[in-house]
Design a protein around this ligand. Structure first.
Ligand code: TRP
Length: 461
């Protein structure tokens, strides 16, 4: 993971810890975790399902007052402790039960990977479908049938998920994440470029304006507390916070990294990518007569239609899915790293064994999600298929609960003095205002909001 290099001069107790080499490297590595299927697949489908612009507004607000503070909090304690997610809490609060918060995080990483690897598998499958040309159509019936035939085949679902798992497992096992990070870094601008092209085509389609209206003109009467919870869950998911990923990443940061500034840049870039994905998809949804509330299939049925209406679309579409696959891989690496770092750091396993055991466990748990549209379509818990359940439980419960306790930990247990020391890099940064604002937000505002949204969104109050 990350632009890492061996450094022996970092400080006490971290003699052999990997570090990110450059400040820009940190931003790209963090972005590599944040940008992924959350932007390309989840943000559009949830926006479509939850009424459009009003959902987007709540999502953006939640990113600012919930996602960003939690990201800063996580990175800060990770750097202060220089340990894995669980180890960090054990180190900063010895002889207490706080570490259980990040143990929940490890469970979250597992459950997210269970469905994320399946969606990544669909993306990989679509590279080939796109190259073959069969899905290049603006007819909803044709593109939907292609998607359905993929997800209702148990064999294809499992195989593509295993492709995703094997790829990520191999990258981690071979320790070549460093190389991958370089690939991500160079290809991220290409993904950005192709997204812009898709956006231009989408907004110039006849009938596109309805889609833009859907995306930017909020109708707040469509909001319910459960929608607000979904938007808040998305803001956690998007920034990879609430489960220890950013704590793990923070543990590789340099002492002189300006954490609030870095996190803000990452948050803004990530938001921009999501908005581009929205602009790429919604005008086309309305122009071609797709269903905005189509759910998880939205990306896969709409994008082929846009490319079919574009010069060189036949060549650009496979490229689009290759880039989406690479973005998904960067995010999966960061998810996979959490249990592996825990098994190595807190349980003393060697890295190979940790990677392999995690891989097998992920394949087992993940298969129940992969088969959710075929063999296990009728197997439901709490009225949801396993795919939906893993998605719901992590975004609507585990990540917000993890984030809530993390804020409480940082704000009240770790405390203002430590926050000040850590955020100002021991007094080297002149950012008193940022420190004061962050302290207030992390102590009161964020936990209160998360708690209210959780309780009302789940129907408890
Ligand atoms: N943020 C990634 C995305 O949007 C997914 C992700 C990676 C994630 N690591 C995470 C989500 C940790 C929650 C927690 O695709």
């Amino acid at each position: 993971m990350g632009t890492l290099s061996r450094r022996a001069d970092i400080g006490v107790g971290v003699k052999s810890r990997d570090m990110f080499t450059t400040r820009l490297g940190v931003i790209f590595a963090t972005l590599g975790s944040a940008v992924g299927l959350g932007n390309i697949w989840k943000f559009p489908f949830l926006t479509g399902q939850n009424g459009g612009a009003a959902f987007v507004v709540v999502y953006i607000l939640s990113t600012l007052v919930v996602g960003l503070p939690v990201m800063i909090a996580e990175q800060t304690i990770g750097r202060a402790a220089r340990a894995d997610a669980v180890g960090t809490l054990k180190k900063l609060a010895p002889n207490s039960a706080w570490w259980l918060v990040n143990l929940l995080g490890i469970l979250s990483a597992f459950f997210i990977m269970a469905f994320y690897t399946e969606v990544a598998g669909w993306v990989f499958a679509y590279i080939f479908k796109a190259a073959g040309g069969s899905i290049l159509s603006s007819d909803p019936a044709v593109t939907s049938a292609a998607f359905t035939s993929l997800v209702t085949s148990p064999v294809q679902s499992l195989i593509w998920q295993w492709v995703a798992l094997a790829l990520v497992g191999a990258i981690i096992m071979l320790g070549v994440s460093k190389g991958i990070e370089r690939v991500t870094k160079t290809l991220m601008p290409v993904l950005f470029g192709i997204l812009v092209i898709v956006c231009i085509r989408s907004v110039t389609l006849p009938g596109a304006s309805e889609g833009l209206t859907f995306l930017v003109k909020p109708d707040f009467s469509k909001l319910t507390w459960s929608t607000v919870l979904t938007a808040m869950g998305l803001s956690f998911f998007k920034l990879s916070v609430g489960m220890g990923t950013m704590t793990t990443y923070g543990s590789y940061f340099h002492e002189d990294q300006n954490i609030p500034a870095t996190a803000t840049r990452v948050m803004l870039s990530d938001l921009l990518v999501s908005m581009l994905c929205g602009v790429a998809i919604f005008p086309a949804v309305f122009a071609f007569g797709f269903e905005p509330a189509a759910g998880p299939q939205l990306l896969f049925v709409t994008i082929p239609a846009v490319f079919s209406a574009m010069p060189l679309g036949r060549f650009l579409m496979p490229l689009f899915f290759v880039l989406a696959g690479i973005a998904a891989t960067g995010a999966m690496l960061s998810l996979y790293e959490v249990p592996v770092a825990f098994l190595v750091g807190s349980c003393g396993w060697d890295r190979k064994k940790a990677t392999l055991v995690t891989l097998i466990a992920l394949a087992l748990v993940g298969s129940t999600a992969a088969l959710s549209s075929s063999t296990l379509a009728d197997f439901k818990l709490f009225g949801m298929t396993m795919f939906d359940l893993f998605d719901y439980v992590t975004s609507a419960l585990f990540l917000p609960i993890g984030g809530l306790f993390l804020c409480l930990f940082v704000g009240w247990r770790w405390g203002s003095a430590e926050i000040k020391k850590a955020l100002s890099n021991g007094g080297k940064l002149d950012n008193q205002l940022v420190v004061t604002a962050f302290t207030g937000v992390v102590k009161v505002v964020t936990p209160a909001l998360v708690l209210i949204v959780l309780l009302t969104g789940l129907g408890i109050i």
